[in-house]
Design a protein around this ligand. Structure first.
Ligand SMILES: [Zn+2]
Length: 162
C-alpha cells in the first residue's frame, strides 16, 4: 500500500536548501529549518541586506553580520506566509503607525521592517524590549506564531524584563 505519510516525510525532509556563502553557514544553521527551506538563494552584496518578495531570495552584506541574515530570512518567512503578514499588520499597525513597542527606529518605519527587526532581536537575545504584559506584545506574537521556545536563546539570569 502506498505510504502517504512516509512519502510526505520524504518530501519535507528533502526540500532543498540553497547554497550558503561559507562565511554565513554558522548563522544559517541557527535559523529554524522551516524558514531556511523557504529561501531560494542567499547572495553576498555591497549593501546592508535585502529580501526579494517575488523570488524569496535574500542578499546579505559581504562584511558578515549574522543578524542581517536572520533579518532578511524573516522577511522571506513573512512574504511566504500571507496569514502571518496580515496578522502582524493588523495586530501592530493602525493607519500606517505602529502600536506598542517597535524594536528600533527602523522597525517603526513600516510593518515589514517592524516584523524583521523584532524577529531578529528575539532570535538573538531571547527577549524583546517591551514592558511586562505589553499590549499588543510583539514577543508574545512571535513566541506563539514564529519561534518555538527551544529555538530561542535561554537567558542565564531569568526572564528578560526591565
Ligand atoms: Zn528589512
Amino acid at each position: 500500500m502506498f505510504d502517504l505519510f512516509g512519502a510526505l516525510f520524504f518530501v519535507v525532509a528533502l526540500a532543498p536548501e540553497p547554497k550558503i556563502p561559507v562565511e554565513y553557514q554558522e548563522a544559517w544553521a541557527t535559523i529554524p529549518l522551516r524558514y531556511r527551506q523557504l529561501v531560494t538563494r542567499v547572495d553576498l552584496a555591497d549593501h546592508p541586506g535585502r529580501a526579494y518578495r517575488a523570488e524569496l531570495r535574500v542578499e546579505v552584506p559581504r562584511k558578515v553580520r549574522a543578524s542581517a541574515l536572520v533579518h532578511e530570512v524573516m522577511h522571506v518567512a513573512m512574504y511566504a506566509t500571507p496569514e502571518l503578514e496580515r496578522g502582524w499588520e493588523r495586530t501592530f499597525w493602525r493607519d500606517s503607525r505602529p502600536l506598542g513597542w517597535p524594536q528600533s527606529k527602523y522597525g517603526a518605519t513600516n510593518y515589514r521592517e517592524d516584523f524583521a527587526e523584532a524577529a531578529e532581536e528575539l532570535h538573538e537575545n531571547g527577549c524583546l524590549n517591551e514592558p511586562l504584559n505589553a499590549v499588543p506584545s510583539r514577543e508574545a506574537f512571535l513566541r506563539e506564531r514564529v519561534f518555538r521556545a527551544e529555538e530561542l536563546p535561554t537567558l542565564p539570569f531569568g526572564p528578560c524584563r526591565r
